[in-house]
Design a binder for this molecule. Sequence first.
Ligand SMILES: NC(=O)c1ccc[n+]([C@@H]2O[C@H](COP(=O)([O-])OP(=O)(O)OC[C@H]3O[C@@H](n4cnc5c(N)ncnc54)[C@H](O)[C@@H]3O)[C@@H](O)[C@H]2O)c1
Length: 291
Amino acid sequence: MSRIVLTGAAGLIGKAVHRHLVAEGHDVAAYDRDGDGSSVASADVMDATWMPRAFADADAVVHLAAYPGMWEGTPDEVYATNTVGTFRVLWAAAEAGVPRIVYASSINASGIPLHPEPRWPRAFPYDELEPAQLGDWYSASKAAGEDLARVVAARFPVDVVGLRYPLVRDLGARGGEPFRTHVADLMREDPRRAACDGFSYLDLHDAARAVSAALVAPSHPECAVLVAAPTTYLRDDTAEVLAALAPHVPVVGIEGRSVALDLARARNVLGFEATVVLDDVAPHALHAYLE
Ligand SMILES: NC(=O)c1ccc[n+]([C@@H]2O[C@H](COP(=O)([O-])OP(=O)(O)OC[C@H]3O[C@@H](n4cnc5c(N)ncnc54)[C@H](O)[C@@H]3O)[C@@H](O)[C@H]2O)c1
């Protein structure tokens, strides 16, 4: 059993991670700005005063507290919390001698999906080395978080793993209907963004499993690792949809409904592969785009 400190424990992913780590037998100290007075203590990541005590003797810190999107707060709130809050947690954890930090980055760290101009990756599938094209404050905050993680990893004897989450949801919630609606709206309103996300998603259970994998990965892991289900939320062949939406972007070796992301780093560095796919949980939620 390890002693793990978790931030953002009252959030969507935080609750699932909390449950998962407790089920694995860890001793989890859970914090969130919106604590519940019992299993989740109230603490703000913008205020570092509580951190040295909370992080002392921890085996790992899992940092999820953030604004998870552009419009979840004002641009100032989103950028400040996701950068300064992340810096304070990572720095305080490293200073306290915590040997491993796992934190939530985002597929948006590349900036491409949320860019206000019609930007594209150089080719599909793309990986963590795709050059960033930043055009919004949320993506910029996630890219900065990865840079801050590299700074901390360079200056302290700590292993830092950043998980580039895609769209994370409880796929089976209410029979898959909220997920079906979300994808249908996204494909109608912003198919370029969906394509630049690789048409990717990850079930909450796998989001929590990815944290567990990152906690035990061999030393010197990566500050940015894309994690996603192996197939898309579309019924159509991925390469056909990409050819329709972005005929100018090369597509190399994407078979069938494979996600348009290169997940080799997750497999090789974390030994992580997602196990929950929409086809099994809520097949009616798969979206037909080309029909
Ligand atoms: N859900 C997704 O699809 C998704 C995708 C990519 C990345 N992520 C990242 O995963 C992480 C968790 O996202 P989520 O979907 O669970 O979001 P969420 O909003 O459900 O949870 C975030 C939690 O952080 C807490 N929080 C915010 N500001 C805080 C502060 N200053 N101090 C302490 N706690 C604070 C909130 O109260 C909330 O409980 C975030 O870093 C997000 O950027 C999420």
